[in-house]
Design a protein around this ligand. Structure first.
Ligand code: ZN
Length: 163
């Protein structure tokens, strides 16, 4: 598969971020580790659906925001963040158990070499639950400003519960 075909998987990802991801994925696949892009760019509508599902599950916007950002406040809107899976361990996709996969171990050791960092590590300052599968691209100087507004918990304080 060519890079351009693979980039279609992460439609509307920032090109630089998508390219960095695939350079990383190609580099490590020769070692038998598969980094799989699960979810890249998300629209406001898609994020809203995910957020409403979490409100149903957890009972309130504040509780939902601990695991899923309110629409308008997700790093997935930026095109600079994506959820990564381990191709050998689909059972750990977007699960805490992803933290124990070979893909996760490799990302923690080498992700920074490709300007990727885990957005919500354990005990992160934002107070969001640990999401070991969610990584963001910090390559461009503007990245810090891009992520500065993605504060899910503050946004949840203003979010409305459904119906
Ligand atoms: Zn994510």
């Amino acid at each position: 598969m060519t890079l351009s075909v693979l980039c279609l998987w992460v439609e509307r990802m920032d090109y630089e971020a998508a390219e960095a991801f695939f350079r990383m994925a190609f580099a490590v696949c020769s070692q038998g580790v598969w980094l799989i892009p699960i979810s890249g760019f998300r629209s406001y509508q898609t994020q809203n659906l995910l957020f409403q599902v979490q409100i149903q599950r957890r009972g309130s916007p504040a509780a939902a925001a601990l695991i899923s950002a309110p629409p308008g406040h997700s790093e997935h809107h930026t095109g600079y963040a994506l959820d990564i899976g381990d191709g050998h361990r689909a059972d750990t996709d977007t699960m805490e158990s992803f933290a124990h996969t070979a893909a996760s171990a490799w990302l923690h050791e080498h992700g920074h070499e490709y300007s990727f960092e885990e957005s919500f590590p354990p005990h992160n300052p934002l107070g969001v639950e640990n999401k070991p599968w969610h990584w963001r691209f910090t390559g461009p100087p503007k990245a810090e400003a891009i992520f500065a507004w993605a504060h899910p918990l503050e946004a949840a304080a203003h979010a409305k519960a459904p119906g």
